[in-house]
Design a protein around this ligand. Sequence first.
Ligand code: CLF
Ligand code: SF4
Length: 293
Amino acid sequence: LPDHIRSKVQDHPCYSEEAHHYFARMHVAVAPACNIQCNYCNRKYDCSNESRPGVVSELMTPDQAVKKTLAVAAAIPQMTVLGIAGPGDPLANPERTFETFRQLSEQAPDIKLCVSTNGLSLPDCVDELAKHNIDHVTITINCVDPEIGAKIYPWIFWENKRIRGVEGAKILIEQQQKGLEMLTSRGILVKVNSVMIPGVNDQHLKEVSKIVKAKGAFLHNVMPLIAEAEHGTYYGIMGQPEPTPLELQALQDDCSGDMSMMRHCRQCRADAVGLLGEDRGDEFTLDKIDEME
Ligand code: CLF
Ligand code: SF4
């Protein structure tokens, strides 16, 4: 890797396989609203942009999030990255998300800032992301074909209107691709997450991988659909099968000819704290942080 990229990824547990053994990340759940509907989502729970559906995070204000981040940074020195990844879409909550980033970039400039989004509002937010020195952005891109998109996204909320089906998916795809190009042209590292939905987009994700690589994405993270019926997601109710671990690995292998694949994702919740796969969030609830003071 070139030096300027290595310095950005070497202590980021998601962008570097190696780093995830040593460095921790934390998420703050400051972003409740969302501007699209994914068929794998249950809005009562965390956004599947990054996180497992089925876990409710403790929603907090930007001030509370900053307080929590500083408390965790003091307690866990390996915590190098603060991410905002839900429970809704961070960029559908720009005031809350950017107020959190603004305070942290002033008060804890050594912590790397990271954000995950469905991409619908991304082009409008690129300037603001660059302003706060956000070097790592994840876009969840499940398709580049609106016909497939219509099977994943029943609607989007766009210019004060709900737009359904192929028309909505087309706008979402255009915004995602435009946001991706804007970020990579500024040298911001982009990871693309894709949810593998058997029979819907599994074959198509190879094409997605090619296209996002050509546009400069750094890493592709193909994650398995989680569709347990008790989460009340559309796919769960419809009995959509989840990929098996072998099917997931085969697709990751197929995509890997085109770009670096992330294979150590743990589908974290929107308030996760600690090494990947570890969740120390319960040690750092707002009540406990108040007690620490
Ligand atoms: Fe969080 Fe995501 Fe940043 Fe990492 S998680 S916002 S890039 S700091 Fe990492 Fe968790 Fe997988 Fe996400 S293991 S779900 S890829
Ligand atoms: Fe749910 Fe996230 Fe999709 Fe919004 S972007 S509908 S919160 S999974």
